[in-house]
Each structure stands twice: as structure tokens, then as C-alpha cells.
Ligand binder design. Structure first.
Ligand SMILES: O=C(O)CCC(=O)C(=O)O
Length: 270
């Protein structure tokens, strides 16, 4: 992906988050100011009165299939936001397809196996995260610990400010920034973990806040249409292709539910 496109996308995202609140509210994720919907600009869905909220604003947009875009949620300011997002979506798809080919090869499967799981009806969402400076980073997270439920996520990270952390064996590891470059990070989601019978794992991750600096990230996440069907198909294929890859998940949806439940219960503290 050209660095000029990455720069333009980052600048357009920053400019959007700097718009006055009344302008951003035109794209609100609260219908009639009350009813939460996934798409649009805003914060977490508030489910309980004592819920701890994330220290971040988000803009969430469906970008694929192209004919299902709801342009009412797509900002018209800054002016080129929509064009950059369209181009960024196309380029991210090429990156994801390349990664899916490589992953299939690593599994000893035909290189098209994973790519073919995504028809042109597969959903892709773009999510823009804005983390303002936070006076008490010890008390609040930018995003709580979670696993992505999607198949693959391409994350475009802020080049100056780190914040993303990954959990491994009970320890949080900081994902560094690469100086002078925007980092494109590929995150494996739970759907991919299910599809590959756990060979590729979807990591638990979180975002910490920063007392002085704001941070922005932007990502595109790809869904499979029906995870349970994909999983069943893969059970057969992987078993045939590589005998030692034993099936360790009987049903994809069970794994997704278990992982999310575990996170809910543990509510891993910062
Ligand atoms: O901000 C980041 O670097 C990652 C964001 C993230 O994990 C998410 O949006 O689910």
C-alpha cells in the first residue's frame, strides 16, 4: 500500500475526529439519540449502569459489499474522506487475500482454500478509533481486552503513539510503533482460529491510554458469512491434508462464545 494513501487516510481520520461535536453527531451511532446501532460515530454501547466505558471515540462503517454501504454514515467532511476510505478498502482487501494465500500454504492446503471462503457477499467493516489524552491512564483503558470476532483485521496504527498490547501467558506485551512509518498490523480473529482448527490463534488484546498524547488507529475487519459452515468444511479438509492437525474445536460458535464469555468473566484489569 502506498505511503501517500496511508498518510492521506490517517490525516482524513484525524480531521474527522477534530470536527466540532455537533458535526460528528450527524453520524451518530444512536438512533433518535437512544437506540444503539453498530454503524456510525460514538462510544460503547451502554448495557448496564455500572459498566466501565472505553476511553475512545469510534466511527464504524460497513465498507463491503459495496452495494450495502450506508453512505448516510460516511462523513462528507473532510472532503476526500470517502474517496480515501474506498481506496483503502480495496488495497486492504489485496493485502488480506495475500495473507490468506500464505496462511493456506502454511497449513499445507491449496492456496485458494481460505480466500474462497469469502464470497463477494462477505461483510467488511472499517473502524476508526480516536483515543484522547487521558488524565488517569491507570484507571481506564482505551479499549477493554477482547478478541476480534472477525477472520482477519488490518490495523493501521498511529506512527508516533503506542498503546496496543497483546496478552500472552498472563503477561501484556506492548506492540511498538515503527518510527517514521505507519504500521500495518495484521490481527487474526476468532473466525480464523475456528477455520484453521486453532493453528492460527486470535490473540486477546487491549489498548492503554496515554496521559499526554492523543492516538488514532484505523482498521478493516473481514467477516465470513457463516462461521459454522466454514468450520465444518475445514474439519474435513484439514484432517485430510495434515493428519496431526487434530480437530480441537468441535463447533466454531462454541469457541467464539467460550472466548467471549471468558473475557467477560475475567474482565482483565489494566
Ligand atoms: O487501536 C488499536 O491499535 C487497536 C484497536 C482494536 O483493538 C479494536 O478496534 O478492536
Amino acid at each position: 500500500m502506498e505511503s501517500s494513501l496511508i498518510d492521506s487516510m490517517m490525516t482524513a481520520s484525524r480531521d474527522f475526529f477534530r470536527l466540532p461535536p455537533e458535526e460528528k453527531r450527524k453520524y451518530s451511532n444512536l438512533l433518535d439519540g437512544k437506540h444503539f446501532q453498530v454503524e456510525g460515530y460514538g462510544n460503547d454501547q451502554v448495557k448496564t449502569r455500572d459498566q466501565r466505558l472505553d476511553w475512545s471515540d469510534r466511527l464504524h462503517l460497513k465498507v463491503e459489499p459495496e452495494d450495502q454501504r450506508n453512505l448516510a454514515h460516511w462523513p462528507i467532511h473532510p472532503k476526500s474522506f470517502r474517496d480515501y476510505l474506498h481506496e483503502f478498502t480495496l488495497k486492504s482487501k489485496i493485502i488480506k487475500d495475500n495473507i490468506l494465500w500464505a496462511m493456506a500454504k502454511l497449513l499445507g492446503l491449496h492456496e485458494d482454500c481460505l480466500v474462497n471462503q469469502f464470497t463477494d457477499k462477505a461483510l467488511t467493516y472499517a473502524r476508526f478509533n480516536y483515543y484522547p489524552p487521558c488524565p488517569r491512564p491507570d484507571l481506564v483503558l482505551g479499549i477493554k481486552p477482547h478478541c476480534d470476532v472477525f477472520a482477519l483485521t488490518v490495523v493501521l496504527m498511529d506512527k508516533d503513539v503506542a498503546g496496543l498490547q497483546v496478552l500472552r501467558d498472563g503477561t501484556w506485551y506492548r506492540v511498538p510503533t515503527l518510527s517514521n512509518n505507519y504500521n500495518l498490523l495484521i490481527n487474526v480473529g476468532v473466525a480464523m482460529e475456528v477455520m484453521t482448527n486453532g493453528v492460527f490463534r486470535g490473540p486477546v488484546h487491549r489498548v492503554v491510554t496515554n496521559a499526554e498524547k492523543e492516538r488514532i488507529s484505523r482498521e478493516t475487519c473481514r467477516f465470513v458469512e457463516d462461521i459454522s459452515k466454514v468450520n465444518l468444511w475445514f474439519h474435513v479438509t484439514i484432517r485430510m491434508a495434515n493428519k496431526e492437525l487434530l480437530i480441537h474445536f468441535s463447533k466454531g460458535m462454541n469457541l467464539v462464545t467460550r472466548k467471549l464469555l471468558r473475557l467477560d468473566i475475567a474482565e482483565l484489569s489494566p
